[in-house]
Design a protein around this ligand. Sequence first.
Ligand code: SF4
Ligand code: SF4
Ligand code: FES
Length: 235
Amino acid sequence: MKYLLEIWRQASPGAGSCFRSYVYETEQAGATVASALQDLNERPTLTDVNGVTDSKIVWACSCLQKKCGACAMLVNGRPQLACKALLSEQKKGVIRLEPLRKFPLVADLMVNREVLFAHLQEMKVWAESSVSVNDKNNALMYEASLCLQCGCCLEVCPNFSPTGRFFGMAAMVPSARLLMGLDSVSSKQLRRQYRKAIVDGCGKSLACQNICPAGIDIEQLMSRSNAVTLWHLLR
Ligand code: SF4
Ligand code: SF4
Ligand code: FES
């Protein structure tokens, strides 16, 4: 099968940018965007569709197993994991790849997602070793633990900006995991932070609901953790 990959090329944040097209052929039914990028970069010389020589494509990956979130990018306009996005599922064999737009660009398809981890630090999304975690909500806690911190949910969120005070679902999901397990005394500080950084800024439009590559049911988690935090507020 022959594909045309249109890839955003930009050497650095201030540099000029454009889409460059590359022909890619593979017989593998399970070929993904990530495997195509790997193969393009392994060519002795990378040339575009017009025969112009190009530098290697900058993109991020680590696990290649849909487990780390590093390869998140826009595939035909939709935030996805490159190692999960099958080439065969893209329409007409044309695949446009762009970096996530909500995060500072590093180069080409790679962005800097440090803000995700800064948000978790600021909210103090962790339990002290002396704290016990109940197992009443194990299924929900497990689901929340699947979050990859990929940022796909933030990409589609109209209320999220990396410099804003609304931290979005990438902070909600790990917070929900703790809020489901901690007693009211141990979760007091997290509940306060959650109300400030999540509840106050979320418009509840649920544009983020069906985008998560880990399949997390964001609506269910959000409604449960909002209930926990707001119920305590009313009490
Ligand atoms: S519900 Fe809407 S505002 Fe809230 S995080 Fe999802 S997309 Fe953003
Ligand atoms: S909730 Fe889903 S989309 Fe959002 S950061 Fe976690 S894994 Fe990614
Ligand atoms: S490389 Fe880890 S999720 Fe794609």
